[in-house]
Design a protein around this ligand. Structure first.
Ligand code: OOG
Ligand code: MG
Length: 264
């Protein structure tokens, strides 16, 4: 894809994101769209966020669990960028910026040193982790009906919309992170349950995979980076007035309330 076409798709996605209105998938118009095109558009879209004054704060891995892959029909892990504008600081959120938001439980990893290279090992990853925080991600596809191919969703920055970190940080040591159980409630009713092993067999493998994927793009993972390791369960739709609770066994819970219509 020509750089100008890449730029204009990024601009289009940015405008639809800002207006919270969906667009048809890019591959409907450009069936030959490649993965490299998708990441090119994503990069230009992130540049648009930075031009608007947002800062780069980290990365998200996506489609790292079978539950997530099945729910959208894409079977390949992907990544996207996280910006300061996506960080929710308050567990009460307006739904106005979103088209059809869904919420999913994730483990967030914060690094204390950079990681790079094609051969990063699990011990390298473990040594580079400062702390781990239970988190939730709000995803929101800019495509009509939340329908896309792998290339489309990469272009749309892996459906990144917002994220919220729990209040308690945990040391990476002395815990079997793959054994952490998660239950998602909506308005008091159980919606989803799973164990963190659903993410690539072990959630820290998502960090290892991200290092490799970024290495292929010549980008390092910096110290202080926030990494969302990917939804442990399928995502749960969030509507006005909904109250989501994510219970992480032994690690506390996180809540998110969507304002009712009147409040915005
Ligand atoms: C793609 C984003 C996937 C995850 O954690 O798997 C993702 C989507 O489901 O729209 O954020
Ligand atoms: Mg996610």
């Amino acid at each position: 894809m020509e750089p100008t076409a890449c730029d204009s798709w990024a601009e289009k996605l940015w405008q639809h994101r800002r207006m919270a209105t969906p667009l048809p998938r890019i591959t409907d118009q450009v069936p030959e769209l490649t993965m490299a095109d998708g990441y090119c558009i994503q990069k230009r879209l992130l540049a648009r966020h930075f031009a608007a004054g947002e800062r780069h704060v980290g990365w998200k891995m996506g489609l790292t669990s079978v539950a997530k892959q099945r729910s959208v029909g894409v079977t390949q892990p992907i990544y996207g960028g996280l910006t300061s504008g996506m960080m929710l600081l308050d567990p009460h959120t307006s739904l106005r910026p979103f088209i059809h938001p869904r919420v999913e439980p994730e483990l967030a990893v914060i690094l204390n040193r950079p990681l790079k290279g094609p051969e990063v090992t699990m011990p390298d990853v473990m040594r580079a982790i400062d702390f781990i925080i239970p988190a939730l991600e709000v995803i929101d596809s800019r495509y009509q009906d939340f329908s896309f191919t792998a290339m489309d969703v990469v272009a749309d920055n892996a459906s990144a919309a917002a994220f919220y970190l729990g209040a308690q940080a945990y040391t990476p040591y002395n815990r079997e992170w793959d054994m952490v159980g998660v239950t998602v409630y909506k308005n008091g009713a159980v919606q989803q349950t799973a164990t963190a092993a659903a993410v690539l067999g072990h959630p820290l493998r998502a960090v290892q995979l991200l290092v490799r994927m970024l290495w292929a793009q010549d980008a390092p993972l910096e110290a202080g980076t926030i990494i969302l390791t990917g939804g442990i369960t399928a995502a749960v739709p969030m509507g006005r007035g909904d109250h989501l609770t994510m219970v992480f066994d032994g690690l506390g819970e996180i809540e998110l309330h969507a304002h009712s219509e009147k409040e915005g």
